[in-house]
Design a protein around this ligand. Structure first.
Ligand code: ADE
Length: 229
């Protein structure tokens, strides 16, 4: 799976990409991430990428020409065309079913906005898939693109050590239950004991207990998940 991330703040990404599962997936060749600075496509002495909105109003708007040129040039970097995705609070809300839908893509070009957003003609010309990570406003699409990448990388075969672990997750494959509680050593901490059933070695009983706890947690913390099925 290849991601091309188009941003005005490329320095936000190396830290995220150099850690943990993502770093390992990149090293193993399962995932490629290429970060491009859209400002490199801006013209003129000042590399102007944004301008004030026609009609007035606060903030700055990302200009159509450098953004469209950037996407077109980045598309040409490999023969596999990339699905263009714009991270925006106006987009379709990201959910596990949407992650599973996008996980079939081999290449995605992620457009991260800033300021008051993109000139509408960027959207009209490129017709990106618009995705929001939730109903709140971030300072830009960068963190949202990391959320999207993080959720997608988990779906790439071989990325997770244990192939079953993403399959088993809350919200995967239509599963709308929260996880059961987990415990590890020590067996007792400040008087709080690990539930005895987990020490019993009886896998059948443990599974029944875990399912019951999953349901109990879902009912108390996220009853909405059980309602709208
Ligand atoms: N850019 C700003 N806010 C955003 C959000 N909630 N989701 C995706 N991109 C964004």
């Amino acid at each position: 799976m290849r991601f091309d991330i188009l941003t005005l703040f490329p320095d936000m990404f190396p830290g995220y990409m150099s850690q943990s599962i993502l770093n390992k997936s990149i090293e193993r060749g399962l995932v490629e991430i290429h970060v491009h600075n859209m400002r490199d496509w801006a013209k003129g002495r000042h590399n102007k990428i944004d301008d004030s909105p026609y009609g007035g109003g606060p903030g700055m708007v990302l200009m159509v020409e450098p953004v469209v040129n950037c996407v077109r040039d980045v598309q040409k970097m490999t023969s596999q065309p990339g699905t263009v995705i714009m991270l925006t609070p106006q987009g379709q809300r990201l959910s596990q079913p949407l992650v599973e839908e996008l996980a079939v893509e081999k290449r995605m070009i992620l457009l991260c906005g800033r300021y008051e957003g993109f000139d509408q003609r960027v959207i009209d010309i490129l017709q990106p898939r618009e995705i929001s990570i939730g109903d709140y406003i971030l300072n830009g699409g960068e963190v949202a693109s990391m959320v999207l990448v993080d959720s997608l990388v988990r779906m790439v075969p071989g990325v997770l050590g244990d192939e079953l672990s993403s399959f088993d997750d809350s919200f995967s494959r239509g599963n709308r239950m929260l996880e059961y509680p987990q415990y590890t050593r020590p067996q007792e901490f400040e008087g709080r004991e690990v539930p005895e059933i987990l020490l019993s070695g009886n896998h059948g009983e443990i599974e029944i207990w875990r399912n019951a706890k999953s349901l109990e947690h879902t009912k108390t913390k996220r009853s909405d998940l059980l309602e709208d099925q």
